[in-house]
Design a protein around this ligand. Structure first.
Ligand SMILES: *[C@@H]1O[C@H](CO)[C@@H](O)[C@H](O)[C@H]1NC(C)=O
Ligand SMILES: *[C@@H]1O[C@H](CO)[C@@H](O)[C@H](O)[C@H]1NC(C)=O
Ligand SMILES: *[C@@H]1O[C@H](CO)[C@@H](O)[C@H](O)[C@H]1NC(C)=O
Ligand SMILES: *[C@@H]1O[C@H](CO)[C@@H](O)[C@H](O)[C@H]1NC(C)=O
Length: 582
């Protein structure tokens, strides 16, 4: 296969439409939802496919992607899009990967339902069921009916007699009242899986007189898998498929590892497909900054038989894909679109930009000067999990906004206007996995170096490259902003040097040729660490690094971002191959 860089974007993760596509099987490339998109649950309704995804503590949560062709996925809404749907919940969440886990999306009588559970609250887990008749209209998602789940990973299943069931981790089965959130007691333990740890992520499908119970087991790392059992009665006994696991890359040297936690659905021709999560890392499992991504596979499910799922690879063949189409309603970006955002006044913040927890009111807004970030007193690290300085944990929101890293190779730049007045005020760009794992390039006002100050020394506007992490965390680089750059906007850049390293650079926006590379960081720093369930975001922040009082910085230090550009350059499908050009 030819290796080439700088591919036309439309081809990334795209399908090759062979002239015989309508007759023969298709070729497509995984991941179809690249970047951090774990635990996909998907359905097809009237020719449109919909998937819901886990989002943990990021906000807005539970994105809904819609597609007519299984390849071009449009981000049409977030199910959890307003603080008022779950007041105070985000700010009460401590852990870096607590929050919204493993949704299930289902459709019934004109209504779309998303069931999920939220982890990490002082009193444990809450279950949530949201619904809408119009998933293309974000605001139409309801406030949730909440319930007290016995276990995580709730499924939603309507039996022919109208009874509603939720299976969860364990695997436990309960009836669920969708109006009141009441669960039948005691839960029935219907299956334990085939012996792998963490039997979870269940989805029940009724077909040909059987209840099929599809689950994930083995843990969400290299032993991950999908297994299945079936019963004539929903309460069991369930018999395991002798061919289990029906999908896994366990024990292989495949580039796509951690394959598991999926869902099955049919196209309008009755052909079966599945989506699940996978990590592009190879068997070493060391470098995987994008975390757990969503992959597509075909399945064969003959009458009365067990389903047979196609193994997950980078280059796939499968059933004929529906005709290529970007004719999907709603106003979000498609998965492979670049970011070309200038933040004109009056336009909403683009839907693919997200926060780490619900941000403070007015912390991030579009103004006449661009995307304004009001600094948070806590920096991107803050004091997470600290009881001593609760105002600096970041639980009340980081002054940060970012998008998923969705390409193995990419360039991200944005132009910053920033006039700090107080030492410690900083504005910058970051490659962010968690508060414990990030790579930052900031413009920061630093105190004059005591050893060189001659009494009249003034605070120094500086560029600072700094990383937080436990693996391969280089020493910071600090240089004064060159006087020759003047006082115009500064362009900050994060660019992949290759699949395992990032370069960070700065330049005057008016003269990109004056670019200075401040440093290089390994992607291992944002692989796993304190965020093995989440994936990297790339974006912008502002902070005063602890100066000020309570949650507030002293006045000044607002940062304005313009000309926000994220451009994918290549998608690896093995350690040496990228998605080929036609
Ligand atoms: C699951 O394992 C537990 C503990 O070994 C056992 O008591 C239970 O009967 C098992 N459940 C099923 C459905 O086999
Ligand atoms: C087409 O794809 C399906 C699903 O992967 C597979 O079962 C079938 O054998 C393939 N047909 C051909 C002719 O390759
Ligand atoms: C990737 O880039 C980094 C930084 O430039 C470099 O140290 C490393 O050797 C490169 N890796 C490969 C495989 O070229
Ligand atoms: C980041 O914030 C923490 C907590 O306020 C502080 O200890 C640390 O020094 C800050 N980092 C920098 C570079 O100022």
């Amino acid at each position: 296969m030819k290796l080439s860089f700088g591919l036309p974007l439309a081809l990334l993760a795209g399908a090759i439409a062979s002239p015989l596509a309508s007759l023969g099987n298709s070729t497509f490339y995984n991941p179809v939802l690249p970047g951090w998109h774990s635990d996909p649950s998907c359905i097809q309704v009237k020719g449109t496919f919909f998937c819901a995804i886990s989002t943990f503590i990021s906000f807005p949560g539970i994105p809904i992607y819609a597609s007519k062709d299984l390849i071009n996925w449009k981000l049409v809404s977030h199910v959890w899009n307003r603080e008022s749907q779950l007041p105070g919940v985000s700010a009460s969440t401590v852990g870096q990967q607590d929050g919204m886990y493993a949704p299930t999306i289902r459709y019934r009588n004109g209504e779309f339902y998303v069931i999920c559970e939220y982890l990490g609250l002082p009193d444990g887990i809450i279950g949530v069921v949201f619904k809408t008749r119009d998933p293309f209209n974000e605001k139409s998602w309801s406030d949730p009916v909440t319930f007290k789940p016995t276990n995580i990973d709730p499924d939603l299943f309507w039996d022919d007699d109208g009874k509603v069931y939720s299976a969860t981790h364990g695997i436990l089965l309960q009836e669920l009242n969708l109006e009141t959130g009441e669960l039948s007691q005691p839960p029935i333990n219907i299956w334990n899986g085939t012996g792998g740890v963490w039997p979870e992520g269940p989805h029940i499908h009724k077909k040909d007189g059987w209840y099929y119970l599809l689950i994930a087991e083995g843990g969400t790392e290299r032993d991950h898998s999908i297994t299945i059992a079936r019963s004539r009665k929903i309460t069991g006994p369930y018999e395991a498929n002798p061919s289990n696991p029906i999908l896994t890359n366990r024990g292989t040297d495949e580039y796509f590892q951690t394959v598991g936690h999926g869902d099955l659905f049919q196209d309008t021709n009755g052909k079966w497909w599945g989506m699940c999560l996978a990590t592009r890392t190879g068997p070493e499992f060391e470098v995987f900054p994008m975390g757990r991504e969503a992959v597509l596979f075909s399945a064969r499910w003959d009458k009365g038989e067990w389903p047979v799922l196609d193994p997950v690879r980078g280059e796939m063949s499968g059933w004929p894909l529906p005709p290529t189409s970007r004719d999907v309603p709603g106003d979000g970006p498609f998965n492979a679109d670049p970011d070309v955002y200038d933040f004109p006044l009056g336009k909403a913040i683009p839907r693919n930009l997200v926060y780490w927890r619900v941000p403070r009111a007015n912390a991030i807004s579009v103004t006449a000067k661009g995307l304004q970030i009001v600094p948070s007193r806590n920096n991107l690290t803050g004091t997470p999990e600290s009881l001593v300085t609760p105002e600096l944990t970041g639980q009340k929101g980081l002054a940060f906004i970012g998008r998923r890293q969705t390409d193995t190779l990419f360039t991200f730049t944005t132009d910053v206007s920033f006039s700090p007045r107080v030492v410690g005020q900083e504005a910058g760009v970051t490659l962010f996995l968690t508060q414990f794992n990030h790579i930052d390039l900031g413009i920061v006002l630093l105190a004059p170096d005591a050893s060189t100050s001659k009494g009249n020394a003034k605070p120094q506007l500086s560029l600072r490259f700094r990383t937080i992490g436990t693996i391969e965390s280089p020493e910071p680089t600090i240089i004064p902003v060159p006087v020759s750059w003047g006082s115009g906007q500064i362009r900050l850049e994060i660019q992949t040097a290759n699949a395992t390293h990032y370069n960070v650079a700065a330049m005057p926006a008016a003269n990109p040729n004056a670019r200075i590379i401040l440093g290089t960081a390994s992607a291992r720093l944002v692989s796993g660490g304190r965020g093995s369930f989440v994936g990297s975001l790339v974006g912008a922040y502002a902070t005063c690094n602890g100066a000020g009082t309570g949650l507030d910085c002293s006045a000044g230090g607002n940062a304005y971002f313009k000309r926000w550009r994220y451009t994918g350059a290549a998608q690896y499908i093995s350690a040496t191959e990228i998605v080929p050009e036609l």
